[in-house]
Design a protein around this ligand. Structure first.
Ligand code: NAG
Ligand code: NAG
Length: 302
């Protein structure tokens, strides 16, 4: 049945080389007495789920040079099909991790990469313990790799930052992340509320032989990399609440450029992302205009 349809198609289309090749391939299979279904000819590798490692990024090139080869061999050891995407914020606004991930996700879905799930991944957090399982998350769950009992620094129960695996479907379902979080932190706490509301469970690694001190390497020097914890305008009030207005569906950005980077032989796609800020809605995307008088520094963070 299938073969006759194919013969028809070959007749109907201009004979191009790929079609002819497929045709001969099918004929060859018939001669070998095989039964034919297109599915059987798909290499098995396409059947496993493909991971997109998405890395919100700005300026930390030295950390990236370390991270990319590390995560590549870590995932290779687990036989995980993956691609690495660096979401490089190139506008003049404050860093916005949530918006970068939304923009990156959209770009990945528009391309032909066939990503089934993503790892929202900090560039400065390197998994060390091979028991950390980066496979497709269990049904109805995200997989929070950088769990509170393993992360070097954050130990509160609702913490979902650092490294989180989520399926494409679930990411769409909860409308991605809020776009309101300019500056460092808290977007992951809002993301936790989205998961909870959608009744998506949080799976975390259990029974590991390592703990907070040796599960990850936290490549972060706080004296070199100052975190932008400034809060200006009404940022503090707004970002304390669940955001029902913004997310994946209304992320506003343009991709300025794409770079294919080879880091120690590992392919990496760098997307230069220019985020747009609506200053009526989130004037705190730039605090410099607000004036020092009203600017407060949140010392404690999370
Ligand atoms: C942890 O390991 C113990 C002993 O091997 C086992 O009984 C238990 O079910 C494991 N727990 C989880 C969450 O995997
Ligand atoms: C910014 O947001 C306001 C309030 O929702 C809206 O009226 C306005 O059109 C937006 N501006 C732009 C440039 O999108």
């Amino acid at each position: 049945m299938f073969v006759s349809i194919y013969v028809l198609r070959v007749k109907l289309t201009v004979l191009n080389i790929p079609t002819v090749l497929i045709f001969y391939f099918i004929l060859g299979e018939l001669e070998n007495g095989g039964s034919i279904r297109l599915k059987d000819h798909t290499p098995t590798i396409l059947k496993s789920n493909k991971l997109g490692v998405v890395i919100p990024f700005r300026e930390r090139f030295d950390e990236l040079l370390e991270f990319v080869p590390h995560i590549h061999s870590f995932l290779k050891n687990q036989n995980i099909l993956h691609e690495i995407f660096v979401l490089n914020q190139v506008d003049q606004y404050r860093f916005n991790r949530g918006s970068l991930i939304n923009a990156g996700f959209k770009e990945i879905m528009l391309s032909f990469n066939m990503i089934d799930y993503i790892a929202m991944h900090d560039v400065d957090l390197l998994p060390l313990n091979p028991e950390l399982d980066y496979h497709y998350p269990p049904t109805g769950h995200v997989n929070h790799i950088a769990a509170p009992h393993l992360h070097p620094r954050y130990h509160y129960a609702s913490f979902v930052g650092g490294i989180l695996l989520i399926t494409k479907e679930d990411f769409i379902k909860i409308n991605g992340l809020s776009n309101n979080y300019w500056g460092w932190g808290l977007e992951d706490d809002e993301f936790y509320l989205r998961l909870k509301e959608a009744k998506i469970g949080i799976h975390r690694p259990g029974n590991l032989s390592t703990d907070t001190s040796n599960t990850f390497r936290h490549n972060h020097d706080r004296t070199v990399r100052k975190r932008d914890m400034t809060k200006c305008y009404n940022q503090r009030e707004v970002t304390r609440k669940r955001d029902r207005r913004t997310g994946l569906h209304n992320i506003n950005y343009i991709v300025k450029k794409k770079h294919e980077l080879l880091i120690d032989g590992v392919n990496t796609l760098v997307l230069d992302i220019e985020l747009k800020c609506n200053k009526t809605l989130t004037p705190w995307c730039l605090c410099s205009e607000y004036g020092m008088k009203n600017t407060k520094n949140q010392k404690k963070g999370k």
